[in-house]
Design a protein around this ligand. Structure first.
Ligand code: SAH
Ligand code: DHB
Ligand code: MG
Length: 223
């Protein structure tokens, strides 16, 4: 077994042709860099995983919390099938939302994606109050202490059969540290424990390594 991060990087590099970004995705990353946004979007391999999950699920409507520059949004939006495919994505920082809107317009997805600016919990409450059509897949990737609240909201905005994905729950293994005081790790532990205790949810955590280090996705299906 290797624990050498250089091997993770070499493998992500080797996999570039398998999970290839096209010019639009590359341009979205470059625009994010130029605008000085933090380089914390999902990797190409992870974006492709989100895309595949939406594809195998036959998702038509996706909800995302944490837009940044819209990079994961593009991977997800391109996976949708059926009439009126739609993504609602929520972003607290108006600068990030502006970069995302430009990237989504350039991707030809301006009519598919609504970028809503506001705090996740507030915008999710507004969506609930507006009784929006339920979502098929929810991707949670914003402020980590709110993860459990986001999953609660996701359960109110979906039907049985829906998929919920939460990014960054493993945090270099800190997930298993019962003594942590890091609010982001506490957020991961709270959401994992909330899901584990719910008999109506079937879930796993997929641990990941690569250009984003050692981390992982929580994958949940509503029974
Ligand atoms: N999903 C993106 C990356 C998101 S990074 C991708 O993979 O391409 C996390 C984003 O969540 C940042 O843009 C940050 O501004 C946003 N965010 C942080 N706190 C938030 C909150 N309370 N509500 C909504 N968005 C928030
Ligand atoms: C951070 C946030 C993310 O969503 C991510 O994928 C990586 C890093 C962060 O806030 O540092
Ligand atoms: Mg993330």
């Amino acid at each position: 077994m290797t624990t050498d991060p250089a091997a993770w990087l070499a493998v992500d590099d080797y996999l570039a042709p398998l999970v290839a970004e096209d010019d639009v995705l590359r341009a979205a990353s470059e625009a994010a860099d130029r605008a000085g946004l933090p380089p914390i979007q999902v990797s190409p391999a992870q974006g492709r995983l989100l895309h595949l999950l939406a594809r195998v699920h036959g998702a038509r409507r996706v909800l995302e919390v944490g837009t940044l520059a819209g990079y994961s949004t593009i991977w997800l939006a391109r996976a949708l099938t059926g009439p009126q495919p739609h993504v609602t994505t929520i972003e607290v920082d108006p600068r990030h939302a502006a970069v995302a809107r430009e990237n989504l317009d350039r991707a030809g997805l301006g009519d598919v994606v609504d970028v809503l600016v506001g705090r996740g919990v507030d915008v999710l409450a507004e969506l609930e109050a507006a009784a929006v059509e339920p979502y098929d897949l929810v991707f949670v990737d914003a402020d980590k202490p709110s993860n459990a609240a986001y999953v609660e909201a996701a359960l109110r905005l979906t039907r049985p059969g829906a998929v919920i994905v939460v990014d960054n729950v493993v945090r270099q293994g800190a997930l298993a540290d019962a003594t942590t005081t890091d609010e982001r790790v506490l957020g991961s532990r709270a959401v994992v424990e909330r899901v584990a205790a719910d008999p109506t949810l079937t879930a796993t955590v997929v641990q990941t390594v690569g250009v984003k280090g050692y981390d992982g996705f929580l994958l949940v299906v509503r029974d």
